[in-house]
Design a protein. Structure first.
Length: 402
């Protein structure tokens, strides 16, 4: 059995106050030879994916009750499915990440013909399950905006690293015990290069647009014209003093058909090449589903769904929005769901453009971690107690393949 080498367990600044991470580090360095499968006790099955099975686990022979998620991958099955590259890609990406809304790789090791990675356990389930617990199976606009904002911050970080996620959907957005989110499953992701840059706004709106003058309109005085010129110069200077930070992998290209059918972009559905813009399309689908309880192009079959994505115009459940916030939400979704990837919101300057949309005006992205989430699994509220009540975890689970 191969082990997690203590030297390979890099320090993660965002995990400095994470008790579970500290416990893993302490045990890893105490072992000196690193962790193996025998250092963990499996408790129960908590999920399955295309290339692996996830179990709830704890450190064996340790008094601390920290829970972890262990993803177990059968290497022989990977070879048969020709998906070895996907498993390696996910492991590579997990080693790169250090962000509040993204998973941390706590440990990795081999056990017989199985490859295991240990990550943070999110006790709140995922947003797909949580949505189905909401009235009419959809989130309020404020709740949807909160989750969208945290996903947006996570996408910004991934794109800054040159990672195109390519699998955004509610099932892959997990809810931590504190109610904040964590993206999961990176085996479909594409690694590229992103060159960070600080850019000034490409153009600033004219604060005093020229009016069509008629014979009856009085001409402005010289003092008024001077005042307008000074005001316009001042506004342009202020606009240029607030540059955008841009780190978007705009040059990345792939022709692989990846993703969930209802979430794939038109360029993927039509079999063409695609790049970073696919994440902004799926972000638009994500927000639509959070607010309206369904995706906009879903059909009885995958073939019809793909046809709708390519050809069907975007439509909303009602003709008119019910509030100004919903109006902003629809405008944001429309920009993200532009079928032309080159004209799609976010395709050029990424999150720098999306963050400034009026839908997010009331949010301070720098302080989003300080915002109280719509639902907190750790607080057994009346509305969430039945959903978040954990199963008994004291009885270890037996597994035939170990």
């Amino acid at each position: 059995t191969s082990r997690t080498n203590p030297e390979n367990l890099s320090l993660k600044p965002h995990r400095s106050s994470d008790f579970a991470y500290s416990a893993i580090r302490s045990v890893t360095f105490a072992r000196k030879t690193g962790l193996t499968f025998r250092d963990f006790r499996l408790l129960r099955h908590i999920g399955s994916g295309d290339i692996g099975t996830v179990y709830l686990c704890r450190l064996a022979d340790v008094d601390e009750k920290c829970c972890y998620a262990m993803k177990v991958v059968d290497k022989e099955v990977l070879v048969m499915k020709k998906k070895v590259h996907r498993a390696e890609m996910e492991k590579k990406i997990l080693k790169m990440l250090d962000h509040p809304f993204l998973p941390t790789l706590y440990a990795e090791f081999e056990a017989s013909n199985f490859s295991c990675i240990v990550m943070e356990y999110c006790s709140g389930g995922d947003l797909h399950s949580l949505r189905h617990k909401q009235p009419q199976k959809r989130f309020s606009l404020n709740s949807a905006r909160f989750y969208a904002a945290e996903v947006l911050v996570a996408l910004e970080y991934l794109h800054m690293l040159g990672i195109i996620y390519r699998d955004l959907k509610p099932e892959n957005v997990l809810v931590r015990s504190d109610g904040h989110i964590m993206l999961s499953d990176f085996d479909l992701s594409l690694c590229s290069d992103a060159i960070p840059a600080v850019e000034s706004p490409s153009s600033s709106p004219d604060p005093m647009p020229q009016q069509n003058q008629s014979c009856n309109r009085p001409q402005p005085t010289r003092l008024a014209r001077l005042f307008r010129r000074l005001l316009r110069s001042k506004i342009e200077t202020l606009a240029q003093s607030k540059p955008f930070f841009v780190a978007e992998p705009v040059a990345a290209r792939s022709r692989s058909f990846v993703g969930t059918h209802e979430y794939v972009s038109p360029e993927v559905a039509s079999g063409g090449s695609h790049g970073n813009a696919v994440d902004w399309w799926s972000f638009g689908i994500f927000i639509y589903e959070m607010i309206y309880g369904r995706t906009p192009f879903a059909a009885p079959s995958n073939e019809l769904t793909l046809r709708n994505i390519v050809k069907k115009p975007l439509a909303f459940p009602t003709h008119s929005p019910s509030s100004l916030l919903e109006h902003h939400a629809r405008d944001l979704i429309s920009g993200l769901l532009n079928k032309d990837p080159n004209a799609r919101l976010g395709s050029k300057r990424g999150a720098a453009d999306v963050k400034t949309h009026p839908f997010f005006k009331a949010l301070n992205f720098a302080l989003i971690r300080s915002v109280t989430p719509p639902e907190i699994p750790g607080l057994r509220r009346q509305s969430t107690a039945s959903y978040f009540q954990p199963k008994s975890e004291e009885q270890s689970t037996a597994f035939d393949f170990f």
